[in-house]
Design a protein around this ligand. Structure first.
Ligand code: FES
Length: 365
């Protein structure tokens, strides 16, 4: 700040104090402590050997930031192209850990480098900034430009090429990292969501001479008898029997997420089966995919009086008595229906969902 401005500041009337700012008394104490005419710059107090040492430490942090950003990009490219890419819950967890870790390392190292630079190498002096109109007058702009250039000089940016270059090196991949993430817009899931474990489980059951695979209650894994689910208005989440034993360990979460199904007992006299699906229910007991066809939230709320299935995310509403057609909200198509039958008193599925589960864009793969 120029001497002229300092004098102006000293001559001003006391201002109203804004909450969160130092009190005028503390303001004065701060100014009194500092010697305005002779800035006590931390960098200027260091001898050249100490300054060089600080410079090398800062450069080391910038190199660490560079390494973190490069590791982020390398892991992203290497991971997304390996073993089926980014699909699957476990793979997503692993990638979040490594991508988040490398990015955090990069930002932390950059912050540490800049902090040490400012504290050890730059000039330290009291700075007073007056409150002005938003549009600065030409004189203020000139003062700002002068202060800015002086700050650039004090920072050592022009004098210390090693710092300048390593800072630029660290910043370059950080700028690229968000662009690399654009790759998450694709690829489409292709055919991965066209089938679920229901299809495999039904095939296996048929090879054993059965009608289909039994429905088990999510959580208890108890097979469900028709008599256990006779109460009209009931709703429960079910899965294919044996899903956790039949699929590889690292695929269990993914397969369960795809196969998750809601079973609802609607009044049989009100039920309007879709054409060709007259036998897909058992006395009004119907099964639909639990994954909302909007963007994939669990459609897990059932209103007994209206027979509506509700998705809590964006209020898509499906009619359970009418093939889960959309009656309200942004979803574009009905919840896929699972064909049901009875075997030895137990509810069984006799096939997979005929349509892809989940959001409609998945069908485009
Ligand atoms: S995800 Fe269900 S309404 Fe949006």
């Amino acid at each position: 700040m120029s001497d002229e401005n300092k004098e102006t500041a000293g001559a001003q009337e006391p201002r109203e104090r804004v909450i969160g700012t130092p009190s005028p008394a503390r303001d004065k104490a701060l100014l009194a402590d500092g010697d305005m005419s002779a800035p006590a710059g931390a960098g200027e107090q260091l001898d050249e050997a100490s300054a060089k040492r600080a410079e090398r430490i800062v450069a080391l942090f910038f190199l660490l930031a560079f390494a973190g950003s490069v590791a982020f990009i390398a892991y992203y490219i290497g991971w997304s192209g390996r073993d089926g890419g980014m699909h699957g819950v476990l793979r997503a967890r692993e990638s979040n850990f490594w991508l988040g870790g490398t990015m955090a390392l990069s930002f932390l190292a950059m912050a540490a480098g800049v902090t040490i630079w400012v504290r050890r190498l730059m000039a330290s002096k009291p700075i007073i900034q007056e409150r002005h109109e938003f549009a600065a007058d030409p004189q203020s702009r000139a003062v700002f430009a002068e202060d800015f250039m002086a700050g650039a000089e004090d920072s050592g940016l022009t004098k210390r090429p090693l710092l300048r270059r390593t800072l630029l090196l660290a910043a370059a991949p950080l700028g690229l990292a968000p662009l690399v993430l654009l790759r998450d817009l694709g690829p489409l899931p292709e055919k991965r969501l066209r089938s679920t474990h229901w299809g495999d489980a039904v095939e296996k059951a048929k090879r054993q001479g059965k009608k289909g695979v039994r429905l088990v209650v999510d959580g208890t894994h108890r097979p469900l008898k028709v008599t256990d689910f006779a109460q009209v208005g009931s709703m429960i989440t079910v899965l294919p029997e044996g899903i956790e034993e039949d699929v590889p360990h690292d695929q269990v979460l993914t397969q369960v997420a795809k196969a998750v199904t809601i079973l609802i007992n609607v009044p049989e006299e009100k039920f309007k089966p879709a054409e060709g699906r007259e036998n897909w229910h058992v006395n009004g007991i119907v099964a639909y995919s639990k994954i909302c066809t909007h963007v994939g939230c669990p459609a897990a709320l059932y209103e007994q009086t209206t027979h509506h299935i509700l998705c809590p995310c964006h209020q898509s509403t499906f009619d359970a008595t009418d093939a889960a057609k959309v009656v309200f909200g942004p979803a574009a198509r009905p919840l896929p229906q699972l064909p049901l039958d009875v075997e030895d008193g137990y509810l069984v599925a006799t096939g997979d969902f005929p349509e892809p589960i989940g959001p409609s864009f998945w069908e485009r793969g």
